[in-house]
Design a protein around this ligand. Structure first.
Ligand code: GRF
Length: 189
């Protein structure tokens, strides 16, 4: 089986990246993780990627124009033969050029039931709104932040006494299951 090459972009701990790596080890997984990219050179996720023998590219975006930094990342992805991009806690807005280049082949995971709570601080916002459920969404990336077509969602209850942290932990468990599955579905077409 030829497996699609995926590049994962991270900025931090990389637990979703780790879930994608773990899933890719299954014999019937339609993708492999060809490259992990970080815009934060000391991101914890890079060590996890290294432990798994995954090639890495890291460079700080600081002092660079957005389009120039994205072109650098794009070059690294091309050099690695990447065909699909998975954003996994990548805390950068993307240039229109980069989004256009990966149109239909770039996904993101967001910790809310989109279209609710785009952007940051999603867990607290869901609690503050008095919602009884929350969740996570995998979507295609378009130029609108967290606004692209939804590919898959998972729900969790919001329980009495939940804090942003307890809710985030409950959602994260679902993220780690949803993301590998949604990416596999996309790659299989
Ligand atoms: C996750 O909650 C993800 O949904 C959001 O950022 C967080 C990244 O966590 N986009 P991790 O780096 O994958 O552990």
């Amino acid at each position: 089986m030829t497996r699609a090459k995926v590049g994962v972009l991270i900025s931090g701990r990389g637990s979703n990246m780790a879930a994608l790596i773990a899933a890719s080890k299954a014999a019937d997984c339609p993708y492999e993780i060809a490259l992990v990219v970080s815009n934060v050179p000391d991101a914890a996720g890079l060590a996890t990627a290294a432990d798994n023998g995954i090639a890495q590219f890291s460079a700080s975006h600081k002092g660079m124009k957005r389009a120039d930094f994205d072109a650098l990342v794009d070059g690294a992805l091309r050099d690695a033969g990447v065909e699909y991009v998975a954003l996994a806690g990548y805390m950068r807005l993307l240039s229109p050029e980069f989004v256009g280049r990966w149109s239909g082949r770039m996904v993101n995971i967001h910790p809310s039931l989109l279209p609710l709570y785009k952007g940051l601080d999603t867990h607290q916002r869901a609690i503050d709104a008095g919602d009884t459920k929350a969740g996570c969404t995998v979507h295609l990336v378009t130029e609108e932040l967290d606004g692209g077509p939804v590919l898959a969602q998972a729900e969790v209850p919001i329980l009495p006494g939940d804090t942003a942290d307890t809710l985030a932990a409950r959602i994260l468990i679902e993220e780690h299951k949803l993301y590998p599955r949604a990416l596999a579905d996309l790659v299989r077409g």
